[in-house]
Design a protein around this ligand. Structure first.
Ligand SMILES: [Zn+2]
Length: 245
């Protein structure tokens, strides 16, 4: 029995040497992303006009869009890839506005991170995440408002379709409306392409975010303490849909 097992094993490893290396390199879990890439500081190849996702996520998005279209839904991307610099602009604009309104720096940051991320920590840096709506109903003003996706809202059917179908295309809602979830508020519009973003999050969380953010200088960044960053990682980065962990 022992002998047979051994032979079986060694012939398998012989096979592995000749055939498997190319296969394993093709797996996304094997890809290593640099911290600069995960922070949106590297120009990555993005695909699709108005889509701007990594190729695999782009292809899956088009499949999902096609399927939705035949059900009368026009999935429209409001936001997808965002660079560090773009996120920095968003963060600083909000920060300076809240400070102008008389908020303390820490209150301003707490208010920003209800919906927006600290530059370098956005899932939109990865080319895997999208904010989407239905392009058919005409909606004036800000479209990323939770009420618009609820019963009676213009995106009600869209949300229902996404609930039933998005995961067939590997797109998962990130910031769910689970009552006990902390961190970012419920975002019925933000979906993530799991086959790429799950390994990316695994690699991102293995980095020392405090050390990384210490090297950054933007409005408000000097307020970050170790305790604040620890909470931010636990709540805003990791308290998400568990299927994306
Ligand atoms: Zn988003």
């Amino acid at each position: 029995m022992q002998r047979r097992k051994f032979i079986k094993k060694s012939s398998l490893s012989g096979l592995a040497l000749t055939m498997l290396p190319t296969l394993s390199f093709a797996s996304d879990n094997e890809i290593e992303y640099s911290i600069l890439e995960l922070m949106g500081k590297v120009d990555i190849d993005l695909y699709g006009e108005g889509i701007n996702l990594r190729q695999e996520a782009h292809d899956a998005f088009l499949e999902m869009k096609k399927a939705a279209y035949s059900d009368g839904i026009d999935i429209k991307i409001v936001s997808s890839y965002r660079s560090f610099e773009r996120q920095r602009t968003i963060f600083e604009r909000k920060y300076l506005r809240y400070i102008d309104e008389g908020m303390s720096p820490l209150d301003a940051i707490d208010k920003i991170i209800e919906y927006s991320t600290i530059p370098g920590t956005s899932r939109h840096h990865w080319g895997t995440d999208i904010d989407v709506i239905d392009g058919y109903p005409k909606v004036e003003g800000d479209v990323l408002v939770p009420n618009l996706f609820k019963g009676g809202g213009p995106f009600e059917n869209f949300k229902k379709w996404m609930d039933e179908n998005s995961e067939k295309f590997d797109f998962h809602l990130v910031y769910t409306d689970v009552a006990k979830r902390n961190g970012f508020k419920y975002e019925p519009w933000h979906y993530s392409y799991a086959p790429l973003s799950v390994p990316m999050l695994t690699q991102f969380r293995s980095k020392n975010l405090m050390q990384i953010l210490k090297n950054e200088e933007f409005e408000g960044s000097s307020e970050f303490t170790t305790g604040f960053i620890k909470n931010y990682v636990r709540n805003n980065i990791l308290d998400i849909n568990t299927s994306l962990l």
